[in-house]
Design a protein around this ligand. Structure first.
Ligand code: SAH
Ligand code: SF4
Length: 360
C-alpha cells in the first residue's frame, strides 16, 4: 500500500527526493501544495517537474479518507463522518466563528475510557489512530470546506493522552510552518487526565492549552462518571496539574458537564471549589447533551446558573457554555454510533460540540 503524504514534513520527504537526485527544497515546495493549497492530485502541482509528479503519484497517496456523511447545523457547525480504508470511521466537527475556523479532532476509533454519559464511550473501543490519520482529519475537512483552520481542539472521539505518541507527532505537523502552521496557543487538548502524560505534554508542548474533564469533585462519583479515575484518582491528577502549572504557568480549563441530581448539587459545587482552590484554573460548565440509551438527564439552566454562582462566590473563575449543533448529533461519538450500531438512534435534542475557541 502507498504511503500517505498527508502527515509528512520535509524531513520525511527529503530522503525519498535524495534517492531520485532531487534537491531537498522540493520537499517544502511539494508540501506547500499539500497543506496550503490542498490540491486533489499530484498532477496539479504545477511548479513540480512532470516526471517527479508521476513518481510522487506512484509512491504516495494524497489523502485516504472518504466522507461518509456530513451534517450541517443551523448554527453553522458541521459534522463529518470520515472513513479510513480499514473502514473504521471517526467524527470531525467544524465550528466557524467570525474570522476563526475551529476543527474538533478525534484521536481514537471509539474510546477505552467508557464514560457512561458519552456516546463514544458507550460505543466501545476499536483502536488508536496513527498520526497521519489524525492529520488527515483536519486536512480533509479543510479541503472539503475550502477553509483555513485557525484553531484545533482535541475533543472528538477518544482519549488523546492514551495515544500520546500519535498526538505528539500530529501536533508537530499542525504546528510546523511547513505543515498547517497553527500556533500552539490555538490548539487545545482535552483529557480525562493521565498524570504522567499531562506532565509530558507540559514539557513537550508548554503552550498548547490543556482542558481536563473532571466532571466530579470526589473519587466515588468520578469513579462512576469517568471510570479511569479508579486508576488515576483525583489526588494524583491534582498533583500532576500542580506540576504542569508550575512548569507552564498557563491556566488550565476544568471541564465539568452537569447532569441532573448526579453531579449538579450545592455540595458538589462546594467540594469542587475546595479541591480547585489556589490552582490556576478556569471552570467550564458544560450543559450535558442527552445520549439515547443512557439515564443521564442534562441539568436545568437554573441549576447550571446556581452551580456557577456558587463557584464564583468561592472565587473560582467560571464560564457557562452554550450548546451548538443541537440538530446534528454533534456530541462526541453520536454520529459514529448511529452508523456503527445500525442507525436506531433517532434525532433528539442531542447535542453540541460546544463553541470552543482556545487561546487567541
Ligand atoms: N476524551 C477526552 C476528549 C474527548 S471528549 C475527554 O473526555 O476530555 C470531549 C469533552 O466532551 C469531554 O469534556 C467530555 O466529557 C465531553 N462529553 C462527552 N459526552 C458528552 C455529553 N453527552 N454531554 C456533554 N459533554 C460530553
Ligand atoms: Fe472517552 Fe472522553 Fe468520551 Fe470519556 S468523555 S468516553 S474519555 S471520549
Amino acid at each position: 500500500m502507498k504511503q500517505n503524504i498527508i502527515g509528512m514534513l520535509p524531513s520525511d520527504l527529503i530522503p525519498w527526493l535524495g534517492e531520485r537526485g532531487e534537491p531537498s527544497y522540493r520537499a517544502k515546495q511539494i508540501l506547500r501544495w499539500v497543506y496550503e493549497r490542498k490540491v486533489a492530485s499530484f498532477q496539479d502541482m504545477s511548479d513540480i517537474p512532470l516526471r517527479l509528479r508521476e513518481e510522487l503519484a506512484a509512491s504516495f497517496s494524497l489523502g485516504v479518507t472518504r466522507c461518509v456523511e456530513v451534517r450541517a447545523s443551523a448554527d453553522g457547525s458541521k459534522k463529518f463522518l470520515l472513513a479510513f480504508p480499514s473502514s473504521d470511521t471517526v467524527e470531525v466537527v467544524a465550528i466557524p466563528h467570525r474570522s476563526w475556523y475551529t476543527v474538533c479532532l478525534s484521536t481514537q476509533v471509539g474510546c477505552p475510557v467508557r464514560c457512561p454519559f458519552c456516546a463514544t464511550g458507550r460505543a466501545g473501543f476499536r483502536r488508536s489512530l496513527a498520526p497521519e490519520e489524525i492529520v488527515e482529519e483536519a486536512w480533509r475537512v479543510s479541503k472539503e470546506e475550502n477553509q483555513r483552520i485557525t484553531h484545533l481542539v482535541f475533543m472528538g472521539m477518544g482519549e488523546p493522552l492514551l495515544n500520546y505518541e500519535s498526538l505528539h507527532r500530529a501536533l508537530q505537523v499542525f504546528n510546523s510552518p511547513e505543515g498547517f502552521n497553527i500556533g500552539s496557543r490555538r490548539i487545545t487538548v482535552s483529557t480525562v487526565g493521565i498524570p504522567e502524560k499531562i506532565i509530558q505534554l507540559g514539557q513537550d508542548w508548554p503552550e498548547v492549552n490543556l482542558a481536563v474533564s473532571l466532571h466530579a469533585p470526589t473519587d466515588d462519583l468520578r469513579n462512576f462518571l469517568v471510570p479511569l479515575n479508579r486508576v488515576y484518582p483525583i489526588r494524583s491528577l491534582l498533583v500532576a496539574l500542580r506540576e504542569y502549572l508550575h512548569r507552564t504557568r498557563r491556566r488550565v480549563t476544568i471541564e465539568y458537564t452537569l447532569w441532573q441530581d448526579v453531579n449538579d448539587k450545592r455540595e458538589h459545587a462546594l467540594q469542587l471549589s475546595r479541591i480547585l482552590r489556589g490552582l490556576l484554573v478556569h471552570v467550564n460548565l458544560i450543559p450535558g447533551n442527552r445520549v439515547r440509551g443512557t439515564p443521564f438527564v442534562p441539568s436545568s439552566r437554573k441549576r447550571l446558573e446556581m452551580f456557577a454562582a456558587l463557584l464564583r462566590e468561592q472565587g473560582i473563575p467560571v464560564t457557562l457554555r452554550r450548546s451548538r449543533g443541537h440538530d446534528i448529533q454533534a456530541a462526541c461519538g453520536e454520529l459514529y454510533r448511529i452508523h456503527g450500531l445500525g442507525g436506531e438512534i433517532e434525532d433528539d435534542h442531542c447535542f453540541t460540540k460546544r463553541r470552543y475557541t482556545a487561546g487567541n
